[in-house]
Design a protein around this ligand. Structure first.
Ligand code: SF4
Length: 345
């Protein structure tokens, strides 16, 4: 997402009148300060990365081809559902690839590694999207890229913060009662059980269904008031057929044209998982408000390798992002040295 559209969404989220209907909003001391799911995700990867991105507003040092491809695939799949363009997926893909490449060129951020756009962005994505179309054109989808608003409350202290985010896709089953949340994932490697068990994003989606409000495409709020029947990690890469025969690391043989795996991976959450999510995120937010930031990503293999702020982390030198307003209002808390104002709703 471009910086401008991120800011537009953040502004819309702060001002959204549906906040008055969100459960627990009366416990929030200042509703002008919202936290976004993308911030939470960055915080969970590394607090210092969050600090560089959202407080110092450092510009990303490089662009990952995998991230760019993920953005294009997301956009194309969302358009397929929203525009019912199942028979025109190839045209959509080409338009979205070109738009993303143009936008990256405009930002002037260098690629982390050079790739052949025709191969990497068109051919591979086309393989995934063609199979996605075949499997999903009849899905009972009620919305894509659906924003949610919720209040996150610490299970023991009761401290509450407003949280906003977007779910990729909402489906009802044929009874019209059971909700499924689908999150499109475009990375190459499927998650292992340990990763899925602690993934904050999935917990946030489940809680949004139970405690929050979805803002549907027609602007109407949807109160689901229950946990979703299913939360699905949709591994798009598994829809890319093998180009030649071979053997997987677990000994399974495959032939040319076989899919890499089942794309729908169910994520299971219990009440205790939701409590842990609430406590961890509220504690992280409180720590940040008190200025407790450390290079937490350094303890996890692979996190620093994927980080877009590695030079800034090591040298302390960085180029500022173009926006002077990218960061959330939580920054003012730190600068003022006070926990909040009393000017909420
Ligand atoms: S390089 Fe590692 S420790 Fe430094 S900001 Fe990035 S993820 Fe955090």
């Amino acid at each position: 997402m471009s910086e401008k559209s991120y800011l537009d969404r953040l502004d819309a989220a702060r001002e959204d009148p549906v906040w008055d209907q969100v459960a627990g909003i009366e416990k929030v001391k200042d509703c002008s300060r919202v936290f976004t799911a993308s911030q939470i995700k960055t915080m969970s990867q590394c607090l210092y990365q969050w600090y560089l991105a959202y407080v110092l507003k450092a510009k990303e040092e490089s662009k990952s081809a995998a991230t760019a491809r993920g953005t294009m695939i997301h956009k194309t799949v969302a358009d397929l559902h929203a525009k019912h363009a199942w028979n025109h997926w190839e045209d959509l893909l080409r338009v979205n690839v070109q738009a993303e490449l143009d936008s990256i060129e405009e930002q002037g951020v260098p690629w982390k590694r050079e790739v052949d756009p025709e191969d990497y962005f068109i051919a591979d994505s086309a393989g995934m999207i063609k199979n996605y179309v075949d499997r999903n054109r009849d899905a009972q989808t009620i919305g894509v890229e659906v924003p949610f608003r919720m209040v996150l409350t610490h299970p023991r202290t009761g401290t509450s913060y407003p949280l906003v985010g977007t779910v990729d896709r909402l489906d009802y089953d044929k009874t019209g009662k059971a909700l499924t949340i689908v999150d499109w994932k475009t990375g190459q490697t499927p998650p292992d059980d340990a990763f899925l068990a602690r993934d904050y994003q999935m917990s946030g989606y489940g809680l949004a269904a139970k405690n929050g409000i979805f803002v549907m495409p027609d602007g109407e709020p949807l109160h689901f008031d229950a946990y979703p029947e299913r939360i699905v990690w949709y591994q798009m890469y598994n829809l890319l057929p093998y180009k030649r025969a071979g053997t997987k690391t677990n000994g399974t043989k495959y032939v040319k044209g076989d899919l890499r795996g089942e794309p729908e991976i169910d994520v299971v959450r219990r009440e205790s998982d939701y409590d842990a999510f609430r406590a961890d995120i509220c504690n992280a937010i409180r720590g940040i408000r008190m200025g407790i930031i450390w290079k937490s990503g350094a303890g996890f293999p692979g996190t620093c390798a994927m980080c877009r702020y590695r030079s800034a982390c090591v040298t302390g030198e960085y180029v500022k992002s173009g926006s002077s307003d990218l960061a959330d209002m939580v920054i003012e808390d730190r600068e003022e040295g006070v926990s909040n104002g009393q000017s909420g709703r």
